[in-house]
Design a protein around this ligand. Structure first.
Ligand code: XIL
Length: 357
C-alpha cells in the first residue's frame, strides 16, 4: 500500500503548495498577491544584468520604481533633449515580469541638472520648462507607469509646516510664489492632463507620523480634494533612523489621510542600522529592525486604502544608506549583501501573509 501513500503525498503537494516538509516557502510577492497588496522596491538599471539581483527582484516583488533614473539630471540632461534609455530598461524588466511601475519624481529640489539650476531663467520660462518636462515624461510612460510621485519633499525640514524655498516655488518659482501650494497644484494638473489614468501622489520624508509637517500636508491634501485638484495619494517615504519608529502615530496618520479618500503608499522604506568598519550590523539589531518592518507593514495592511509597501532597494549591497551616512549606517534592507533573507524579510512576509483576504 506504500504507493498509495506516495500518490496521496504527490497529489496533495501539487494541489496545496506549502504542504509537506521541505516545500519552498512563499515569496514576498506571493504573500502580497494573496492579500491584494503591492510590494515594491527601488531599482537601478545598472544592476539588472547581475543574475542574483534580477532573479531576486522578479521573484520577490510585484512593483518597482526607478531609484534615480527618472530624476531630471538623468532624464532631461540638456534643455532640448530627454533621455529615457535607462528608465526604459526598468520598464521593460517590469513588463516582462508583470510588475507594476511607480514613477519617481517630476518635481524636486535635488538631482537637477546644472543647465536648469544655473540657467537664470525667469518665472515664465521656468513654468514653460516644467510644464514641458512633466507632459513629456508622463506622456512617454502613459499607460505604463500607473502612479507618479508628482512632487517630492516640498515641505521644509527646519521650519515645521512651511513650504521649502526651491527653484520651483520661489527661487524664482513658476510664477505662483506667495500663493502657498498653488505651484504644487499646477504640477498635479499638468500631470493629469498628460495621463488622466495615472494615480498622482505627493511624496514626503519625515511625514509618516503625526507632526507639523504631516499636519501641513494633510491640510494641503484636504484642500486639493475639496476643490477637485487631481491628487490620488500620499507617499510616506519611511526612512527609519536610530531604530526609532512610533508605529501608533504612523497608524493614526494613515487613518486620517485615507479618510480624505486618498491612498497611502509606503514608498521608500529602509531601517538603517549602525555598522562596524566592515559594514556589519550587531546581530541583536537585526531583530529590532525586523520588528520595525513588521509593525510598519502591519500598520499599512490594517488600513484598506494603504495599498503599497515599497523598500528603497532590497539588498544591502546597493543601499543608498551607506553613502548617505558616510558608512556609519547600513544594513537597512530585507536582503543582506549576498541576497540572503534577513529577519526583516521574514517579518515582512509574515505581515503580508497574515492579512485577511
Ligand atoms: C536617493 C537615491 O537612493 C540615491 O541613489 C541618490 O544618490 C540620492 O537619492 N528621498 C527620495 C529619494 O525621495 O529620491 C532619494 O534617493 C532618497 C531620499
Amino acid at each position: 500500500m506504500r504507493w498509495r501513500m506516495l500518490v496521496f503525498v504527490l497529489a496533495t503537494t501539487a494541489l496545496c503548495p506549502g504542504f509537506g516538509a521541505g516545500v519552498r516557502e512563499q515569496s514576498l510577492r506571493e504573500a502580497a498577491q494573496d492579500s491584494g497588496m503591492l510590494i515594491g522596491t527601488a531599482v537601478r538599471p545598472a544592476h539588472l544584468s547581475e543574475s542574483a539581483y534580477a532573479s531576486t527582484l522578479a521573484r520577490e516583488f510585484n512593483m518597482l520604481e526607478p531609484e534615480d533614473v527618472l530624476k531630471w539630471e538623468t532624464v532631461h540632461p540638456e534643455p532640448q533633449s530627454f533621455d529615457f534609455s535607462q528608465a526604459d530598461q526598468i520598464v521593460d524588466f517590469a513588463t516582462r515580469h508583470e510588475m507594476k511601475i511607480r514613477g519617481h519624481t517630476l518635481v524636486w529640489h535635488q538631482q537637477n541638472p546644472k543647465w536648469l539650476t544655473e540657467g537664470k531663467y525667469t518665472s515664465g520660462e521656468l513654468a514653460q520648462i516644467l510644464e514641458k518636462h512633466i507632459k513629456t515624461v508622463v506622456g512617454h510612460y502613459r499607460g505604463k507607469i500607473f502612479a507618479w510621485d508628482v512632487v517630492n519633499e516640498a515641505f521644509d525640514e527646519l521650519q515645521p509646516g512651511k513650504l521649502r524655498s526651491t527653484i520651483w516655488r520661489d527661487q524664482p518659482g513658476i510664477g505662483l510664489a506667495g500663493n502657498g501650494s498653488a505651484y504644487i497644484e499646477r504640477c498635479f494638473r499638468w500631470a493629469h492632463e498628460a495621463d488622466p489614468q495615472a494615480l498622482l501622489f505627493y511624496n514626503e520624508a519625515g511625514a509618516e507620523i503625526m507632526n507639523p509637517k504631516s499636519d501641513a500636508i494633510y491640510a494641503m491634501v484636504r484642500d486639493f480634494r475639496q476643490r477637485g485638484v487631481p491628487i490620488d495619494g500620499v507617499g510616506f517615504q519611511m526612512h527609519v533612523a536610530n531604530l526609532q519608529s512610533d508605529v501608533s502615530s504612523v497608524s493614526a496618520n494613515i487613518k486620517r489621510f485615507t479618510a480624505l479618500g486618498v491612498q497611502i503608499h509606503i514608498t521608500e522604506m529602509d531601517v538603517a542600522l549602525p555598522v562596524d568598519a566592515t559594514g556589519s550590523p550587531r546581530p541583536e539589531d537585526l531583530q529590532k529592525q525586523a520588528d520595525i518592518y513588521r509593525e510598519v507593514a502591519t500598520a499599512c495592511l490594517s488600513h484598506p486604502r494603504c495599498t503599497a509597501i515599497q523598500t528603497w532597494g532590497f539588498t544591502d549591497k546597493y543601499s543608498w544608506i551607506g553613502s548617505h551616512s558616510k558608512k556609519t549606517q547600513g544594513a537597512a534592507l530585507p536582503f543582506d549583501r549576498n541576497y540572503g533573507a534577513k529577519p526583516a524579510y521574514q517579518a515582512l512576509r509574515d505581515a503580508l501573509a497574515a492579512r485577511p483576504r
